[in-house]
Design a protein around this ligand. Structure first.
Ligand code: G
Ligand code: G
Ligand code: MN
Length: 411
């Protein structure tokens, strides 16, 4: 059952060994307005479509459990064949298996847009396709924005990078404890560009040092300005492992804090291991020296495998940030919850401040309170904002949320 695929219609391929499911899904897609639907009963047949010039599907609905080439093997083949479209996984397997398959899809750098459990309902299918359309639009928008090293270098020297700041809140009291600095690129033509579109460019082209130094200088100057205005905030800056591979990074941080007159205790360095570091000597030296000078070290994205237990063992961190994937929805996702609990317990046991990031709603916040997590960060509290917006935000927040309104120590 092959419909004629017009150039600008959306081509959908349904791969399922079960003829009834093929018919059903094709019929449902038809009634959702998709008429360029191809169905295949085996992986090899589907791959032939993927390879067909001008006929490669935009979206594949993939059944995981098939005889012969199963869905998992098909995923690898798809990646090998350079498939550029998206996937929706369909399976009668349990949630964990589907989640695992989604991880695999990501590992292959394919795009998965949710999964559907059998039996598939019309409403679920409609939701999944709507999600896909949205993602398609986002992808199209960001497609234009692939930046090269030269553009980024220019942006750094022309001062187009600006710092945004996202509050970190003490869960027990509601007090604003500090902020995390998140860099943005105010592109003269494209508008706001986010770090996931240029940090890796900086890392790959030897620009990450210049970028981080700029971010840090601005953040410390800003911290000083807030201090002068009576607002004491710990300021965190993201540092990639690449920054730590040159031993003079420590000197730079020490010098900046000194000239900006910001106490090291109020400067937090959030360290993520962005890729495998073969030589740990320089990072260890830099972090040890900074620790010795009383700067705060934070292990970022904890639990993602980039921030490993080995690092925790080797380096004396003051703070542990549980990755958002184990925080948001952990109250209802038992696997995320187990990882959240373990990370929280580990952090506390090692005497660290534990921060949960990705607190997106009231339920997430309630979990942090119930489990006595130290600090919270996320959209539920505030999105990253320009420096100028922060003092008013802090005022408003404290007026609404400060649970214990006692004067601060030293006040
Ligand atoms: O808001 P968000 O999209 O801002 O940030 C996306 C990612 O980019 C996060 O993982 C964050 O750690 C990283 N990031 C943000 N700002 C910086 C920065 O100044 N330096 C580095 N190395 N990473 C940053
Ligand atoms: O440095 P790190 O990887 O932790 O960067 C934090 C990232 O998470 C930034 O991109 C920031 O914009 C983003 N972020 C902050 N709060 C939330 C949240 O509540 N939900 C989600 N999904 N992302 C968040
Ligand atoms: Mn961070």
């Amino acid at each position: 059952m092959t419909a004629q695929a017009l150039p600008d219609t959306i081509r959908i391929l349904v791969l399922d060994d079960d003829p009834f499911m093929r018919k059903l899904l094709a019929h449902m897609l038809g009634s959702l307005g998709f008429d360029a639907v191809t169905t295949c009963d085996s992986g090899p047949a589907a791959l032939a479509w993927v390879d067909a010039p001008g006929k490669s599907p935009d979206l594949i609905l993939l059944d995981l459990n098939m005889p012969g080439m199963d869905g998992i093997e098909f995923l690898r083949k798809l990646a090998e064949h350079g498939f550029k479209g998206s996937l929706i996984l369909v399976s009668g397997e349990d949630e964990r298996v589907l989640q695992m398959a989604r991880k695999l899809v990501q590992a292959h750098r394919l795009t998965a847009l949710g999964h559907l459990s059998k039996p598939v309902s019309m409403a679920r299918l409609s939701d999944a396709v709507a999600l896909w359309r949205q993602a398609q639009e986002v992808a199209q928008r960001s497609e234009k924005k692939r930046y090269g090293a030269r553009a980024l270098r220019r942006a750094i020297t022309h001062g187009e990078l600006v710092n945004y700041y996202q509050p970190k809140i003490e869960v027990a009291t509601g007090a604003v404890a500090g902020v995390e600095t998140l860099v943005r690129w105010r592109h003269p033509v494209d508008g706001m560009v986010y770090p996931d579109q240029f940090i890796y460019v900086a890392e790959d082209h030897g620009l990450i040092d210049a970028l981080t130094r700029g971010v840090l200088s601005r953040a410390l100057a800003q911290a000083r300005q807030w201090l002068d205005g009576g607002l004491a905030l710990r300021v965190a800056v993201n540092v990639s492992m690449k920054n730590l591979s040159s031993v003079d990074f420590a000197d730079f941080v020490v010098h900046e804090a000194l000239v900006r007159r910001v106490p090291p205790q109020d400067v937090v360095l959030e360290v993520t291991e962005s890729r495998l570091m073969l030589d740990q000597r320089a990072p260890l030296e830099v972090l040890s020296r900074l620790r010795l000078k009383r700067f705060c070290l934070s292990i970022d994205d904890f639990g993602t495998g980039n921030s490993s237990l080995t690092q925790l063992h080797a380096i004396s961190f003051d703070e542990l940030k549980i990755d958002k994937s184990f925080v948001h929805n952990a109250w209802r996702d038992p696997t995320a919850r187990a990882i959240y609990d373990a990370s929280l317990g580990l952090g506390k046991r090692l005497g660290m401040q534990v921060v949960a990031e990705g607190v997106e709603d009231r339920d997430d916040w309630a979990l942090l309170q119930a489990t006595q997590c130290d600090l919270a960060q996320g959209y539920f509290i505030a999105r990253p904002m320009p420096a100028d917006d922060l003092p008013a935000w802090v005022d408003a927040w404290h007026r609404r949320h400060l649970l214990r309104s006692q004067p601060k120590a030293g006040a």
